[in-house]
Structure formats: C-alpha cells, structure tokens
Design a protein around this ligand. Structure first.
Ligand code: UDP
Length: 237
C-alpha cells in the first residue's frame, strides 16, 4: 500500500491517502493534547504505544463481531484503516463517575454507575464538544435514526467486551469515547481506542493509568500506558 498526500492532521494523529481510495493510513504521533488543545506536549514513544494498543483492541473487538475500520499494522506508528465517512458525534459510556459527569451533575467521583450511562457529544473543538441528544442529531442531519441506534448498540457491546478484558487484567474501565463512520453503507467503529480516549484505573489501588495523568500533571503518562499494554499482553517492541 503506497502512502500518498496528507488528508488531515488531528491533535494526535495524521491521516494519509493511499493508492486505494477505500483505505487510509493513520499515523499515531507523540503529540498529546488536553483541554481542547490548550495543553500540548510531545511524549516519547506514545505514538508507537497507542498504535499497537489500538491494533490489539480493534482486533479483539473484531473477533467479538464488532465491525471496525482497522485493517492491519503497517509499522511502529502507522496502521492501515478503511476510508470511512466520519459521523461527527462522540459516543461516551461510563461505568464509574468521573470527569465532566461529576462536574456537570455534582455526583460523587468514583461512584459506580449501574446501568452505565450513555451520552452523545458533538465533535467540535471550537464549541468545546457540547453534549447533544438524539433529536439534535436527527434535526441537524448528523446521522439517521437507524445509525443512532447502531452507534448506541455497538458502543454498549464494546463495553461488555472491554469491561471484561480490562477486569481480567486488574483494571477498571471507568469510561471511554468512541467515534463511528460509514463504509459502503455500514456503520463501523473508527478513530482509536487507547488510554488517550478512556479512563482506566488499577482495580486495587484506583491509580490512574490513562490520559488523566497528563491532564492532571501526574507524570509517568507513557509509563502508565505501557503498563496497561503489558497487563493485556500487547507486544510493543
Ligand atoms: N473523551 C475523549 N475526547 C473528548 C472528550 C472525552 O477521548 O474530546 C474521553 C475521555 O478521555 C473520557 C471520556 O471520554 O475517557 C469521558 O470524558 P468526559 O466527558 O468526562 O470529559 P473530560 O473530563 O475528559 O473533559
């Protein structure tokens, strides 16, 4: 697969065309950002760790019957993915209260959420990713009723698979954000699943093993990501 010109550069990943219009190359960079791009740093090895971690999770989800855009690893920081048309909404599931939910609703940080909550956010940095509901998605044409149902169903199925996977490796999947797209008429999982877009706590100590270490300036960010990968048996190098 030949790498062509850049299609798009996001905050942590760049996307390139290939010689096949159905496929793109995702490059995971070391750039790490928080607070809508206000805090940005380069963290050595993060691109490689997230690329390999994402590959492992996407393959695990595919094996569980969840369609994803992931095709294969191409190198340390690059993967081949299907060229989808992105749906501009973020789907967030929470098993434990943290982050914006605690700030918004004043509930206790760390309380367990049963059943888990499901929220939609609009993918729009300039507007700080506002929370939206299904009627907004329909009225503004971001997705159809059927696509909304598919995104919800797939996001909750991902929860069943990953909650168990992390639990068996001694971790609590607190919350996570997924993005979907359309590929030849089908809704499939896109973007990435890595400690940049979820919260993971050690089950015993409740130590944070995710991007909150960066947001809160706790240090040891990539070391924590590598620890998560090690516990899951992801081969890094
Ligand atoms: N999240 C993300 N990108 C965003 C917003 C949220 O990956 O633009 C993830 C975040 O890492 C967490 C979950 O979605 O795992 C829920 O985030 P929350 O709404 O609590 O927002 P935050 O506290 O991160 O601002």
């Amino acid at each position: 697969m030949e790498k062509r010109s850049e299609l798009y550069a996001g905050k942590a990943k760049s996307v390139y065309y290939t010689d096949d219009p159905d496929y793109l190359i995702l490059q995971f960079r070391n750039d790490t950002s928080a607070f809508d791009g206000e805090k940005v740093e380069q963290l050595e090895r993060k691109g490689m760790v997230n690329n390999k971690f994402n590959a492992f999770i996407m393959q695990t989800l595919e094996q569980a019957g969840i369609p994803t855009h992931f095709e294969r690893l191409l190198g340390d920081d690059e993967s081949l993915v299907k060229h989808m048309e992105m749906i501009p909404v973020e789907c967030v599931v929470r098993n434990v209260a943290a982050g914006s939910l605690v700030r918004r609703l004043g509930v206790e940080d760390g309380m367990s959420l049963n059943p888990p909550t499901f929220e939609f956010f609009l993918k729009n940095d300039a507007l700080h990713d506002p929370m939206i509901n299904e009627s907004h998605i329909l009225t503004f044409g971001w997705a159809s009723e059927e696509e909304i149902a598919q995104m919800k169903q797939l996001t909750l199925r991902v929860n069943e698979v990953l909650k168990r996977l992390f639990d068996e490796a001694g971790m609590l999947l607190v919350d996570y954000k997924l993005e979907f797209g359309r590929f030849h008429g089908q809704v499939i999982l896109g973007d990435e699943f890595s400690p940049d877009g979820c919260r993971l706590w050690d089950k015993q100590t409740r130590d944070k093993l995710d991007k909150d270490r960066f947001r809160q300036g706790l240090g040891g960010v990539v070391e924590a990501y590598e620890e998560v990968a090690r516990r899951l048996g992801v081969v890094l190098d």
